[in-house]
Each structure stands twice: as C-alpha cells, then as structure tokens.
Write a protein that binds this ligand. Sequence first.
Ligand code: COA
Length: 140
Amino acid sequence: MEYKVVENSIDVEDFIELYKTSGWCLFSTEVFSKALKNSYFSVGIYINNKLIGFGRVISDGAMYAWVQDMIIHPEYQQKGFGTIVVKRILDKLRKDGIPFVGLFSAEGKKEFYFKNGFRERPENAPGMYIDLFEKYKSIG
Ligand SMILES: CC(C)(COP(=O)(O)OP(=O)(O)OC[C@H]1O[C@@H](n2cnc3c(N)ncnc32)[C@H](O)[C@@H]1OP(=O)(O)O)[C@@H](O)C(=O)NCCC(=O)NCCS
C-alpha cells in the first residue's frame, strides 16, 4: 500500500476528521489548531491524500516527552501503520537525546505499546492525572 509520511505540518481539518474516529472528546478547531501548533513533534500518514494515521509528542525538548493522540483510521488498523508512527516518534526523540517517553494507553491497547518497547508503571507508582474541566470522559 502506497503511503506518505508527513512530519509537523498536518492540516488541522484532516486531523479533526481522523480524531473523530477515535470517539474521544472533541474540542473546537481553535483548540485543536493550538494543540497541533504547540506540539513538539507530530507525524501523519496519508494515503490518497487522506490522513489515515497520526501521533504527536509534547515535550520540554530535553528530559521528558509525552506521546498523545495516536490514532489509526479503523479501516487501516492492524496493518502496521501505528508501528510506523511510533517508530518515527521514537527515532526523533532518540535523535534529540530525550530519554523519558511516557503515555497513557487507551483501554485494550497496551499490547500494542508493549510490542513497541513501552513498559507499564509499577502498581505502587502509578501514572496519575486530574481532569480540571471534566472533559476527558474517554481519552486516548
Ligand atoms: C492502537 C492503534 C494506534 C494501533 O495501531 P495499528 O496500526 O492498528 O497497530 P499495528 O498494525 O502497527 O500493530 C502492531 C502490533 O501491535 C498489535 N496490536 C495492535 N493493536 C492491538 C490491540 N488493540 N491489542 C493487541 N495487540 C494489538 C498488532 O497485532 C501488531 O502485532 P504484531 O507485530 O505481532 O503483528 C490503533 O488501533 C488505533 O488507532 N486505535 C484507536 C485509537 C486508540 O485507541 N489509540 C490509542 C491511544 S493510547
């Protein structure tokens, strides 16, 4: 299957279309636009000019990075595209010398991240969060 990988210049409308397939809470175009613009690194996969895969990184550029919004369009899942996105992200962070990469796995997806080298936090030192506006009923 022919595909094109795009870094850091993903169109916000394309992103929103793909994001909708995830079922996660939606924000305004303005918020999505700002989020993309302020991301440290983003990767998109296009097939026939349609964005079918995405992932982005939030980072201080030195010590820590956080992977967010990993989405492969349902019609293209289980074909290796998620792995392509994660590998691009990890290659970039390795190149930039950023050692710690975190993420929250969505329900049922942790095997995918295990296969890509991620580990779970120990039970006595879990990842934590607070949802200040009660937006994230479902989050990826
Ligand atoms: C999770 C997601 C990004 C994985 O992308 P993908 O393109 O389907 O994954 P790949 O085809 O690259 O899969 C790589 C490996 O992980 C496995 N894998 C993928 N999804 C899996 C799942 N849900 N459960 C178990 N294994 C899974 C694949 O079988 C494959 O294994 P193999 O190398 O032994 O063949 C994709 O399913 C998705 O976008 N889901 C909806 C949104 C979402 O939940 N995103 C995660 C946010 S944290």
